[in-house]
Design a binder for this molecule. Sequence first.
Ligand SMILES: [Mg+2]
Length: 281
Amino acid sequence: MNTPNQTNGTNQYLVASDFDQTLSFNDSGLVLSELLGIRDFEAKVAGLAYSNLVHQGAELAYLLRHDPQFRSVRREHLIEAGRRVRLKDDVKLFADALRGDFDGNRFHFYVISAGPRLVVQSALEGIVPPENVFGTEFSHDRITGEIESVLRAPAGYGKIAVLQELEVKLKISPDRVIYVGDGSSDLYVMHHVNSRAGHTIAVSETKAIGRIAKRTVLSDDALSVLVPILEDILKWNARQIRELFTSHGLALQDWDKIRTDRLTFHKAADRIDGRQMALVH
Ligand SMILES: [Mg+2]
């Protein structure tokens, strides 16, 4: 009989990954802007982020709907932008490796991005099945093809909503969830996953995310994310991990395990006052 998190006696895990700068090098909004000849995309995003009008990560969705410079965008532009996205190395190998059976443990791999779904699906064509990709959904005008509304944007809390739906659909409890992300749009969901005994992995050195994620792994190769998954979830040792990479035709060149303590000091000019305060209290 199957217990929760088990199917046919196999332990089930959900691996959910961000897309922009987690599986790719650049934000898909930047790639789309280059395709359209829009030069000030980053300034537009910075302005929107400062206003706090939309969830972090949903800036492109907002611009696509409301910025006149993006009015010409049609489905085909989104698909073409996806083709131009530069993926990190070995994303396919990473997705394929996760599909394997790890001594009775199985991983379900999903991508949850605030970027347009069509961009992400196109970028991951032949790598991740389209039904495993969640991204911002738009409705398009039937005649002109113009974007007329944002139906759903998995940014900020929106990522949690998708994650919860997947947990129900796959019958996987929150402590069997692994979330991988790079930055600010992932903070919300990482807090959520941590608070429910799940596992979080950061793939960038951004201070805000390093503080929240349980592990940080830095590499241009997507396969590197397997290291914390195998070590922390399956309790594999370094030899087993190296053997797995070798079986996929990869030799690990450098593997530096560094625990980084970040410290900043500033001189306490009012040290004496501080002591007095301590005495008063
Ligand atoms: Mg990202």
